[in-house]
Write a protein that binds this ligand. Structure first.
Ligand SMILES: [Zn+2]
Length: 235
């Protein structure tokens, strides 16, 4: 697991703050998060001063990458190599490659690999991937959070919900948008708590928000995050 125990950060006028993640590796790796925030994965024993010098050398590249990320965020996908896609809050690039696996689209832990012949239907394969993952991720989290907070939804469904993140049924079930698979786990947790709370209180009354806040104190930040980044989940 990547760690940033010291909460190390670098700052460059060109790109702003660069988060430092220490990891067992020999070289550094620069990344730009979907929100434009830069991150560097660095060897455990590299001093912050040396790291800063290494990042500085590649700052022009990082600045360009950040500009493209911000620009691309709201643009429909083209399904070409080098394009990036969200998965659980991190950005991963796409490679069009004959990968020899059975599905058209696979995720290898770092990158998305898509068969070149399947690129014309890229949207379909990514949607299918996210739906499958959302079922797994959301299903597990709903049962964990439900038992912690004392809810018992009658069903949990992953659906095409358009611009909505979640909804609940009169029968006491909760439904979630498959795009939750793209979002950071902490935000997914908020959306689940939000819908579970609706099982008891259907409207956004002060009592509703009070209940949400008890379960998820930083709900305002989560709402703000969704407002700022939610539209970047367009495929
Ligand atoms: Zn609501």
């Amino acid at each position: 697991m990547p760690t940033n125990l010291q909460n190390e950060r670098l700052h460059f006028p060109q790109v702003g703050e660069v988060e430092v993640v220490r990891i067992k590796r020999k070289d550094i790796e620069l990344q730009v998060q979907p929100n434009g925030q830069c991150r560097v994965r660095a060897p455990l024993d590299l001093s912050l001063a040396d790291l800063s010098a290494l990042v500085e050398k590649r700052i022009t590249w990082l600045e360009a990458k950040q500009a493209i990320t911000t620009l691309n965020a709201r643009r429909p996908k083209e399904y070409v190599s080098g394009e990036s896609f969200w998965f659980q809050g991190d950005e991963h690039s796409l490679d069009l490659v004959k990968h020899g696996k059975r599905s058209n689209l696979v995720f290898d832990g770092r990158k998305f690999l898509l068969l070149p012949d399947a690129a014309s239907e890229g949207k379909k394969w990514f949607t299918q991937f996210y739906k499958r993952e959302a079922k797994e991720i959301v299903g597990k989290l709903v049962s964990k959070i439900s038992s912690r907070l004392g809810y018992s939804p009658t069903s949990v469904k992953i659906l095409e919900l358009g611009a909505r993140w979640g909804s609940c049924s009169k029968a006491g079930g909760v439904n979630f948008n498959w795009k939750l698979a793209m979002l950071p786990p902490r935000i997914v947790e908020y959306l689940i708590i939000h819908e579970l709370t609706h099982l008891d209180i259907p409207v956004h009354s002060p009592e509703f928000w009070r209940r949400v806040e008890i379960a998820y104190p930083e709900y305002r930040q989560a709402e703000a995050w969704l407002k700022e980044h939610g539209s970047k989940t367009t495929l």
